[in-house]
Design a protein around this ligand. Sequence first.
Ligand code: ZN
Ligand code: ZN
Length: 349
Amino acid sequence: MVPARGKYDSLLVTHLPNVRYLTGYKGSSGCALITPRRRYFFTDFRYREQARREVRDFDVRITPGPALDGCCRYISARRLKTGTIGYDGAHLTLRQHQLMKKLLKGMSFADAAGAVEKMREVKTRSEILKMRRACMIADAAYKRLVRSRVVGRTEKEVAWRLESAMRNHGSGPMPFEIIVVSGPRSAMPHGAAGERVIREGELVVIDMGASVDGYCSDVTRTFATGPLPSKLAEIYRTVQEAQHRAFEGTIAGAAAAGVDALARDYIDAAGYGAAFGHSLGHGVGLEGHEGPVLSRGSKAVLEPGMVVTVEPGIYLEGLGGVRIEDTVLVTAGGPEALTKFPRALHELA
Ligand code: ZN
Ligand code: ZN
């Protein structure tokens, strides 16, 4: 597992999900250096034990200060033959960048942003297994939710119940704060769960994910609390059909932009194009949001083993919104939704 070398000879990896992917390290401070000859992992004293247990196939070095400082000092003190060093350009802070140039004066650098992210897009069998479990846990929480009462509870209470259900089913930390938005607030695609009390006859959008050994799921369902005004029922049907069309098109070899268009064109034709203001989906894995992007401008082409979301939505300010999202595995034989909770409109009590 060595990222393709192009403009660089060595790779300095600082973004933690990338470090974890390459080395197995799950801690919160560390960096990896892959030179043409050797592979090093740097962390500080606090993570010494953990690194020795988790890190595979890398020389573990314990540094007196921050890992990146230590790594740069190690390179210069040992005069490592690194050639041009590629760095995680999308994630380095300005301070880290300046420090690197200062400690490694005279060496040549290249921006290697996206090199490891690209490798992460296609999942291995064991990664897919973890994601399957993360999806099952989210499904189980929805099943529990539909047996309980939400009318009269606040959005925050519902979010907490879902989080505890997922934790009880074995989820690790939530990949992102659970979204529960109700009534007119459901028109905010990324609104946070608030103090609003859920009432009868409105929409509730719930977007959540579980994690298993660091691998995430991401699933949105929109529920009704009793009979809906006809406009809201209509946008639900439109989103459900758009999501179904895009899901069917999530196949190996398809252009991500084309999959986005399957949902977008349908929503446009129904007259709600302007109310679907975000992209269709994104990759999921060690991060809740990663490559590839499924959007109008995306250059990505889907490959077997990619796990992406398909999540069209319609949001009508002042009225409410609908989004339906699944985590979908692209296989040679077609798409498989890893999140399986039914997509038909479900009424919550
Ligand atoms: Zn989501
Ligand atoms: Zn998503």
